[in-house]
Design a binder for this molecule. Structure first.
Ligand code: DHB
Ligand code: FE
Length: 281
């Protein structure tokens, strides 16, 4: 049977993608950020999974205000980097895992969670920047990726609790897939940031670090945090953090091993947080 070996959490920021694509990673502004991901890249080399289940949000790139699924699972053979306004990022095409994705869709939908099946979709910085941060800048991504898009852009957004419970259903689905696959689940987006309005630029270090503590040690209590608290304390885009609860919900009930923890401000307008948790089934 397939199993979940680890979960990885990381912010996404389009400017990180631009720094990579334009060869600016050695600029003093970016050095501390990329340094924080050096242990991650080493860990990933030693722990490359067969498949990554990557929870992320689309930024009105593949979807638009015409149609906004709350939870969408990518079941295609491949997903192309999206044109986000400056042309597509020069990164590899993302290869999917249609068989596992279809199995997860079947299991999770029968477990009462509504997923939208997506058979054609481009993927934006929400997915490609985390892939670069963890795997570097390879010519081809090191393994297949199942993109799982969550609406955190247009209200109403899903609650942390629902995301956490969905994670549990995803775990059950993966563990019932009849092939010995090593699967990692990634939760991306966050941490505190607000891109618009009078509070643009908001960062809340204390709240972010408490979130990391709670995500490690008491995710069940954390999942009950109401969405208004994310917005108030972590800014309008801080709500992206509910996606981390999907990955955490997919982990076993035993305490995980913290392999790496990193927090850095600033990266564009965003507080960057990052965790690697190994799973003990
Ligand atoms: C920034 C952060 C995001 O999450 C995003 O989607 C776009 C921009 C930023 O910090 O600039
Ligand atoms: Fe974002």
């Amino acid at each position: 049977m397939a199993h979940i070996s680890a979960s990885v959490y990381t912010s996404h920021v389009p400017a990180i993608g631009a720094a990579l694509d334009l060869g600016k990673t050695a600029d003093p502004y970016w050095v501390p950020l990329f340094k924080g991901y050096e242990p991650t890249k080493q860990w990933f080399k030693e722990n490359t999974p067969d498949v990554i289940f990557l929870v992320y949000n689309d930024h009105a790139t593949a979807f638009s205000l015409d149609m906004i699924p709350t939870f969408a699972i990518g079941c295609a053979d491949e997903f192309k980097p999206a044109d986000e306004g400056w042309g597509p990022r020069p990164v590899p095409v993302v290869k999917g895992h249609p068989e596992l994705a279809a199995h997860i869709a079947q299991s999770v939908i029968q477990d009462d969670f509504d997923l939208t099946i997506v058979n054609k979709m481009d993927v934006d910085h929400g997915l490609t920047v985390p892939l670069n941060l963890v795997t570097g800048q390879p010519d081809a991504w090191p393994c297949p990726v199942i993109p799982f898009a969550v609406n955190v852009v247009q209200y109403p957004v899903p609650s942390g609790r629902r995301c956490f419970m969905l994670g549990k259903a995803i775990r059950k689905a993966i563990e019932s897939f009849d092939a010995p696959l090593n699967v990692q689940i990634w939760g991306t987006g966050g941490m505190s940031h607000q891109l618009q309005g009078p509070r643009a630029g908001l960062i809340n270090r204390e709240w972010d670090n408490q979130f990391l503590d709670d995500l490690i040690a008491d995710p069940d209590a954390l999942s009950k945090k109401p969405h208004i608290e994310y917005v108030r304390e972590a800014g309008s885009e801080g709500i992206e953090l509910v996606m981390w609860l999907i990955a955490r919900g997919a982990m076993s009930d035993k305490a995980p091993t913290v392999k790496h923890r990193f927090y850095h401000v600033p990266a564009s307008n965003t507080a960057v947080g990052h965790l690697i948790l190994e799973n003990h089934p």
